[in-house]
Design a protein around this ligand. Structure first.
Ligand code: HPA
Length: 287
């Protein structure tokens, strides 16, 4: 394992990337959206787009997963300026955790104040159905328990303080606003609220692991999002998150079901339009 300081990026590295982007476009969004697996279609809806492939951006990691495009898309969604990550970086791709979260600090330096995170997740809560949208009210940072927290290493006060609070990680007002928006859109049958648990992946969970996570209070499990949220809260961004329940976690030894990436992408496709509409309507209401 590498030491904290080896894994850290310097302020200058984030700044170099941010300055490059500031020079590349004169769009100055206050909201950034990270699109999860199969949910990148959201970025296609933007108007007056500026598209920047990750490979063109100095210091940016590259995305390798099927279902992730790998570009930043600036533009307007429902009249609101935003910047979308069409494709995110995962710990299981082999990146150090600080590379996974690299874009978040860049967004901060670009002037972004609100981060919206989306992901695909397995449903642990027995009341959840495939296709449900879960508004994230809290998380379990399992890699963090094992020292894989993006804030490990020297703290840079220019971003935030050494020991940031996480009991208010997900903005209550935004969550409430999203719930009301979902109800107005007629989504009551498939909208949920719950706790997202991050594991490192890339293997899906065993049955015993799913049972354990459920008993620990997790409603959904996935392989992303939490490091970005920790980093965003450290530098004072407001965070709103949602999980699309793409499959039910297998919790029964008699079950013949098996988690697989194809089902994840298929469900994402089925519910993508509803999810996009929710984010777009919420965005219009954000100050
Ligand atoms: N487990 C972990 N990550 C996931 C799952 C799952 O069942 N579904 C989508 N992402």
């Amino acid at each position: 394992m590498t030491s904290g300081s080896e894994r850290s990026c310097s302020f200058e590295e984030y700044k170099e990337t941010a300055d490059w982007l500031l020079a590349y476009t004169n769009q100055r969004p206050k909201v950034a959206i990270i699109c999860g697996s199969g949910l990148g279609g959201l970025a296609d809806l933007l108007e007056n787009k500026t598209v920047v492939p990750y490979q063109d951006i100095p210091g940016f990691p590259q995305s390798t997963v099927h279902g992730h495009a790998g570009q930043l898309v600036y533009g307007e969604l429902n009249g609101k300026q935003c910047v979308c990550m069409q494709g995110r970086f995962h710990f299981y791709e082999g990146y150090p955790i600080t590379k996974v979260t690299f874009p978040v600090r860049v967004f901060h330096l670009l002037g972004v104040e609100t981060l919206i995170v989306t992901n695909a997740a397995g449903g642990l809560n027995p009341d959840f159905k495939v296709g449900d949208i879960m508004l994230i009210k809290d998380h379990l940072n399992i890699p963090g328990f094992a020292g894989q927290n993006p804030l490990c290493g020297p703290n840079d006060e220019r971003f935030g303080k050494r020991f940031p609070c996480m009991s208010d990680a997900y903005d209550k007002d935004l969550c409430q606003m999203a719930m009301e928006t979902a109800q107005d859109l007629g989504y009551s049958d498939f909208i949920q609220q719950g706790v997202y648990c991050m594991l490192g992946g890339p293997s899906f969970e065993t049955i015993a692991e799913c049972l354990m996570l459920s008993r620990l209070g997790a409603d959904a499990v996935g392989m992303s999002t939490v490091p970005e949220v920790v980093m965003a809260r450290h530098c004072g961004m407001r965070v709103f998150g949602l999980s699309l329940i793409t499959n039910k976690a297998v919790m029964d030894y008699n079950s013949k079901q098996k988690a697989n990436h194809e089902e994840v992408l298929q469900t994402a496709k089925m519910r993508a339009k509803d999810l996009q509409k929710l984010v777009s309507c919420l965005l219009a209401k954000i100050e």
